[in-house]
Design a protein around this ligand. Structure first.
Ligand code: ARG
Length: 472
């Protein structure tokens, strides 16, 4: 695609300049133009125009000859833009008028009939919805690919112990597979939010015209179904001024990017010398220009940071829309860039995350060693006291506290205490207790639905594949 031309001047007003005698000031033209970014939905603009033209023909508003030449001309414009031969003119403001202007050069007068019964207000809402719909479909595939990368690693680590954290303090042992599958669930909800958004937005604004509808006998149902919408939107004012679909898409992206930032932050921790749970391959590491020993997880840091940018895009559009009176206001031209930016940013973040996951080696021994640190199986001891000795949990908690203190004072792990040590605190404790102490025993016992036991995780991987990756 060629860049917008810098030209300004009298032809600026060809589309709407009937009542104007002078062309716009260059700064006016600069602030007014959206062609620099809305050229991104030229395909959607042309698709919607063809549907509109055919409908006008079907309703005998245009004759067949005009419809034919409009559609053929639009196909040519599409080919020119698609092949990069098109010269976008800033003087023509936006994609709608650039396409129509070129159509006029190609087919002449009939081009002027295309805009019958519509306005740029319903046109831009239609184009942008079509674009966001396509964007959602693309995003869904990217989310699914990252889910796939997570599941592949989870399958390799269904029994690999690692510390589970709360407050970033070692809490209870979990398996790495279980930990990674938690992100599969988050991304699954992101996909489900996108699908809700897609369903809700799928009403066609086309034919709402400027704001009030039109006196031409247009068939809005026909254009709606030709463009894959479920129905025409019910209210013309709402149709041209609704940007909920963009806000919802941005909200879903903001939440998804927050999920990615959490995983990214864990990567940064895991790749640090202090944790050393994970090692990124060369393909996803960067070096330092001064410290030769460094392997920096820059991509993870950037994914972490980019969520800020995506949240900013959502905030920007919320603030643009806040307090805007009905119906269309030029403010709404500001809807596109944050959506494009957030979309590109999340697509890149997902690709980077999937790439990193595929390029990571986890250090099982290191993770397992940490999993037992910090008396991580203390809850298992408390649960045993409740289960076997029928102690109230609060009392068991208290006894376990005393046991932890003894282990701590004598620099031992819980499983290293002797039965005498344990009985000196609670005489009813028997040898059986050792079956629940220790990391592997703890993991094995976590068989409640959704728990971290390796047998569960094996099943959970399979189930996640069925739920999320079936259509891959
Ligand atoms: N470029 C405009 C936008 O993105 C198209 C709609 C212009 N409508 C108008 N009445 N000036 O919002």
């Amino acid at each position: 695609m060629t860049d917008q031309s810098e030209e300004t001047g009298s032809n600026a007003s060809t589309m709407w300049g009937g009542r104007f005698s002078g062309g716009p000031n260059a700064i006016m033209e600069e602030i007014n133009a959206s062609i620099g970014f809305d050229q991104r939905f030229f395909a959607q603009d042309i698709r919607a125009s063809k549907a509109h033209a055919k409908m006008l023909g079907a309703q005998n508003i245009l004759n067949d000859q005009d419809v034919k030449s409009i559609c053929a001309g639009l196909d040519q414009v599409y080919a020119e833009i698609d092949s990069g031969k098109f010269t976008f003119k800033r003087a023509l403001e936006d994609i709608h008028m650039n396409v129509e202007g070129r159509l006029k050069e190609i087919i002449g007068e009939a081009a002027g009939r295309l805009h019958t019964g519509r306005s740029r207000n319903d046109q831009v809402a239609t184009d942008f919805k079509l674009w966001v719909r396509d964007a959602i479909d693309e995003m869904d595939i990217a989310l699914q690919s990252t889910q796939n990368a997570l599941i592949v690693q989870a399958e390799a680590h269904t029994a690999s112990a690692m510390p589970g954290f709360t407050h970033l303090q070692i809490a209870q042992p979990v398996t790495l597979g279980h930990h990674l599958l938690s992100y599969v669930e988050m991304l699954g909800r992101d996909r489900s939010r996108l699908s809700d958004c897609r369903n809700r937005m799928n009403e066609s604004p086309l034919g709402a015209a400027a704001l009030a509808g039109t006196s031409f006998p247009v068939d809005r149902h026909l254009t709606a179904s030709a463009l894959g919408f479920d129905r025409p939107s019910a209210n013309s004012l709402d149709a041209v001024s609704d940007r909920d679909f963009a806000l919802e898409y941005l909200s879903a992206l903001a939440i998804a990017s927050v999920h990615l930032s959490r995983l990214a932050e864990e990567y940064v921790l895991w790749c640090s010398t202090q944790f050393a749970y994970a090692r990124l391959g060369d393909a996803y590491s960067t070096g330092s220009s001064i410290m030769p020993q460094k392997r920096n997880p820059d991509a993870a840091e950037l994914v972490r940071a980019k969520s800020g940018r995506v949240i900013g895009c959502l905030s920007a559009l919320l603030v643009v829309m806040k307090g805007l009176p009905l119906a269309y206001g030029k403010d709404m031209q500001e809807d596109k860039e944050p959506v494009f930016d957030a979309h590109d940013t999340v697509m890149l973040s997902l690709a980077a995350m999937a790439g990193m996951l595929g390029d990571t080696t986890f250090d099982k021994h290191r993770m397992a060693a940490d999993a037992g640190k910090g008396f991580a199986t203390a809850t298992d001891l408390a649960d045993w006291l409740v289960r076997v000795l029928a102690m109230p949990f609060r009392d068991a908690h208290h006894v376990t506290g005393a046991v932890v203190k003894k282990a701590e004072d004598t620099h031992r792990g819980l499983e290293d205490l002797t039965i005498d040590d344990l009985q000196s605190i609670e005489p009813r404790i028997t040898e059986d207790v050792f079956e629940v102490l220790g990391v592997q025993n703890s993991l094995k016992s976590r068989i409640s639905f959704g728990g971290t036991a390796p047998v569960n995780v094996i099943k959970a991987c399979e189930e996640a594949r069925n739920r999320f990756l079936k259509d891959r």
